[in-house]
Structure formats: structure tokens, C-alpha cells
Design a protein around this ligand. Structure first.
Ligand code: PLP
Length: 332
């Protein structure tokens, strides 16, 4: 008898959707031209690339020139943080502000900068997993080059008050970056209405493949390249573009952002049903983080008296794929 698989680990990664796969297939097979070449199959690839950029920009409320393709969320975060830090250092600004519960691609980029003469402030979050914007206001100083605060947390799913945080940064003329890898495609984000200067996203959290990402950079925000090479992505992110994956990312994002609020409500109802069932049937459970300010598809619970790993192995024996933390920290 084949065992039914119950996959509840979509914060770690998601399955490629049929629409995404269908959109990618021509560029994985016949339309293999290099978008920078001049013959017709190259034009087809270039057209697909720019069409994907326009679709992604529209889905996020951005301008196509503000969309840069990268290899993943980790690259987008590293690029945003290090590039702005190096640029601002030339003006003598060497303070970076972030939180202590960012993804490792932000925390380790910040640690790298600390080793290279920068000063990093790690703001705490409260017991609910939420940052008080007033703490950010207090931490800002005339040497602050950049604030990088995640939109939604990858483990407990809490959503930060990005509106208030980005407004404070704007008032202090400090560049604001957000790691929105867990938020894009799950909560409504309209960049035309927000004070976000830079935003990172990743394909594999929204039913596109692993190994493709985006860094949004507002037109008025100065950025430099970390890699040096050809003229791709207006010379800022060289390397032959992964046309098929980029096309897939555009299809997946378009799908994810369509009727996003309705989908969010539907997922929330299912999430709450699961939570009610758990609370009713199991004693001594604790919900980690705010339930109100949280991604609809996230549930993070502590069960008293059992180790996370034992619980996960037991769930796996029932065909249930869950996690006790970020996939990036499973070896630590
Ligand atoms: N930021 C957050 C919040 C994430 O959850 C992840 C992936 O788990 C990343 C960044 C890294 O994205 P990628 O796996 O595309 O490098």
C-alpha cells in the first residue's frame, strides 16, 4: 500500500506548480538561446526574460527596471546588505541595524561585515516574536548605513510592522532592506505604496524552482555589484540569466498573488482548524509567537515533554513532513 504523504513544510520549500513547469519547459528544451546573443532564438529568450521581469514587477507593484534576477534569496540578501554597506562606508557610515532573529543569510552577512570594520546592532524581538518599531528609532544614529529587517520569520512566521519600520527609516534617510522570502506570494505586498528600498525574494517558497531569486531595488536607491563580469542585469549582477527558472518564477508569482487575500483567509481557516485539533487532543502545548501577526500558513508549537527531533521522526513514520526549525539550521 502506498503511504499518503502529508507535506506541511512549505516554509522550507514548495513543490513546483504545473503552471510554472509548463511555462519553463520551452526554455529548458528548444528555446535555449543565450538572451545576450543576436540571432532569433536568442531574441526569443531575451523577450521571455523581459516579459518575466515585467510580470514580476507588476505582481509586486514595482517598475521592471527595479527588478534584478539572482540565484536565490541568500544571494539577494548578501548583495543588498554588503553592497549598501560598502557604498555607505565611503561616507563614513558603518553602522548596520538588523534583528537577532533574521535568517542566516542576513545574520552571517552582518557578521562578515562586523569582521571587516562595521558595527552591527542586533535588535531583540519581544516574546511574541515582534519588533517594537520604537526600539529601531532609538537605535538609529548618524552613522547608520542600512536597516535590514525581515518581513516574516521563517520559523515562527511572525510578520513585522514593515509599514512603521520603513517609515522610520525614510524619516531618517536610512536605506531599508527587507528579507521578504517568506512573505512574497503569501501576504499582499504593494511596493508602490511602501517605503521599502530593497526587498529579497526566492522562487522555491512560491512553487517555482530552487535556485532563482529577485532583488528589488527602488530606483532612487544606489547599489553596486558584488560580482564582476558581463553586462547582464545592467552590469550589476553579471552571469548568463537562468531564463527558464526566471520565466517559471514569473508564472508562479503571478499565480501566488492572484486573489491573494482570499487564499490567505482560506489557509488561515485550515491552519486554525489544525491548531484547534491539536489543542483539543494534546495537553501542554504552547504556541510560539503572536498568532495574530503571523503568516496564514504558519503554525509553530512546542510540545512539553518530547524532543523536537523525536517528534519529527515519529511524524515521518506516519508520512508527515514537518520541521522543528529552519532547514538552514538543521545541522547546528
Ligand atoms: N530568508 C528567509 C526568511 C528564508 O526562509 C530563506 C530560505 O529558507 C532564505 C532567506 C534563503 O533563501 P534561499 O533558500 O533561496 O537561498
Amino acid at each position: 500500500m502506498t503511504r499518503k504523504l502529508i507535506y506541511v513544510d512549505n516554509a522550507a520549500t514548495t513543490k513546483i506548480s504545473e503552471d510554472c513547469l509548463k511555462a519553463m519547459m520551452p526554455y529548458l528544451t528548444e528555446e535555449y538561446g543565450n538572451p545576450s546573443s543576436i540571432y532569433s532564438i536568442a531574441h526569443t529568450a531575451k523577450f521571455a526574460l523581459e516579459n518575466a521581469r515585467a510580470k514580476i514587477a507588476k505582481s509586486l507593484g514595482a517598475n521592471p527596471q527595479e527588478i534584478y534576477f539572482t540565484s536565490c534569496g541568500t544571494e539577494s540578501n548578501n548583495w543588498a546588505i554588503k553592497a549598501v554597506a560598502y557604498l555607505k562606508a565611503k561616507e563614513g557610515k558603518k553602522n548596520i541595524i538588523t534583528t537577532s532573529f533574521e535568517h542566516h543569510s542576513v545574520l552571517n552577512a552582518a557578521k562578515h561585515l562586523e569582521k571587516n570594520g562595521f558595527n552591527v546592532t542586533y535588535l531583540p524581538v519581544n516574546q511574541d516574536g515582534v519588533l517594537n518599531p520604537k526600539d529601531l528609532e532609538k537605535a538609529l544614529n548618524e552613522n547608520t548605513a542600512l536597516v535590514s529587517i525581515m518581513y516574516a520569520n521563517n520559523e515562527i512566521g511572525t510578520i513585522q510592522n514593515i509599514g512603521a519600520i520603513s517609515k522610520i527609516c525614510k524619516e531618517h534617510s536610512v536605506v531599508f532592506h527587507t528579507d521578504a522570502v517568506q512573505a512574497v506570494g503569501h501576504v499582499k505586498i504593494d511596493l508602490s505604496e511602501e517605503n521599502i528600498d530593497m526587498l529579497s525574494m526566492s522562487g522555491h517558497k512560491i512553487n517555482a524552482p530552487k535556485g532563482v531569486g529577485v532583488l528589488y531595488v527602488k530606483k532612487s536607491t544606489k547599489i553596486t555589484n558584488l560580482m564582476h563580469g558581463g553586462g547582464q542585469e545592467r552590469t550589476l549582477r553579471p552571469g548568463t540569466e537562468n531564463v527558464a527558472y526566471i520565466v517559471g518564477l514569473a508564472a508562479a508569482l503571478q499565480n501566488a498573488t492572484k486573489n491573494i487575500c482570499e487564499k490567505e483567509n482560506k489557509v488561515k481557516i485550515l491552519r486554525d482548524m489544525l491548531l484547534t485539533g491539536i489543542i483539543k487532543n494534546i495537553k501542554k502545548v504552547h504556541i510560539n509567537g503572536s498568532l495574530e501577526s503571523r503568516l496564514a500558513g504558519n503554525l509553530n508549537i512546542s510540545f512539553e515533554g518530547i524532543e523536537g527531533e523525536s517528534l519529527l521522526l515519529m511524524l515521518d513514520s506516519y508520512g508527515i513532513c514537518a520541521s522543528s526549525g529552519s532547514a538552514c539550521t538543521s545541522n547546528s
